[in-house]
Write a protein that binds this ligand. Structure first.
Ligand SMILES: [Zn+2]
Length: 240
């Protein structure tokens, strides 16, 4: 990818005094100008053309992440979008496929999305498989370079969390449950909309009830969306 002036043909070389003709340059000159620009600005970070293309692709993907427009207060539609996230989660008998969406309720703006195992589990400070709600939080934390528990410094005061399955209150791995993660953000996450209760496949129902109660006791409103249970359960149990 490195461009050497000596290697260029006479046609590609563009003398500075060529004037107007230079701006009417053939395609080779334009390509050269782009190559030179990329070389000067970005190649210092990329050791190969492949790495450069990957960088460009990743940049475009990051800047073009779009969400559907959902009418303000259409909680069923937001839950549908959370279910869409859940479908990305790889099916497995040892987990549920859950999706989550974080929304600024005042501006009706989607802030983050997540699904089970979306992000790697290689954070030594927070080990274990990543849950959907957790992935929502990690993405915002990475964006603002903040620890997860300080996200209320950047999240709106009226943030809603939609999750297809109720946030976990206990993890067999011993890692931090999502209820604890939400409680740490209770000053900005005021409401959690839930698609279904957690099935008792892994955790006793009594523990799950306590999880819901802990949220409500802390002032976090817990609302169950009605009418999508069968479809959400089917996605949740993919791989079981
Ligand atoms: Zn969880």
């Amino acid at each position: 990818m490195r461009v050497h002036w000596e290697a260029l043909t006479n046609q590609q070389r563009a003398p500075a005094d060529e004037g107007f003709a230079y701006f009417c340059a053939p395609r080779a000159k334009i390509v050269f100008a782009i190559q030179l620009y990329l070389h000067n600005h970005y190649m210092r970070h990329c050791d190969s053309a492949g790495a450069l293309l990957t960088w460009i692709f990743d940049s475009l993907m990051a800047s073009e992440q779009t969400h559907p427009h959902i009418a303000a207060g259409d909680h069923e539609a937001y839950m549908e979008y959370a279910l869409e996230q859940a479908r990305h989660s790889p099916p497995a008998p040892t987990k549920f496929c859950v999706g989550a969406v974080l929304v600024d309720a005042d501006k009706n703006e989607i802030l983050s999305t997540g699904w089970s195992l979306e992000l790697p589990d290689n954070n030594p400070a927070d080990p274990g498989k990543t849950h959907a709600e957790q992935c929502c939080f990690i993405k915002v934390a990475q964006k603002y370079n903040l620890p997860e528990e300080r996200l209320c410094e950047v999240l709106p005061q009226n943030t809603i969390l939609y999750t297809t399955m109720e946030p976990c209150n206990k993890r067999l791995s011993g890692n931090k449950p999502c209820v604890d993660r939400i409680l740490a953000l209770k000053d900005c996450i005021k409401t959690v909309y839930i698609g279904i209760k957690e099935p008792e496949n892994f955790i006793d129902q009594n523990v799950l009830i306590v999880g819901r109660q802990r949220l409500q006791d802390a002032g976090v409103e817990v609302v169950f969306i009605q009418g999508m249970e069968d479809r959400i359960m089917k996605v949740s149990l993919a791989g079981h």
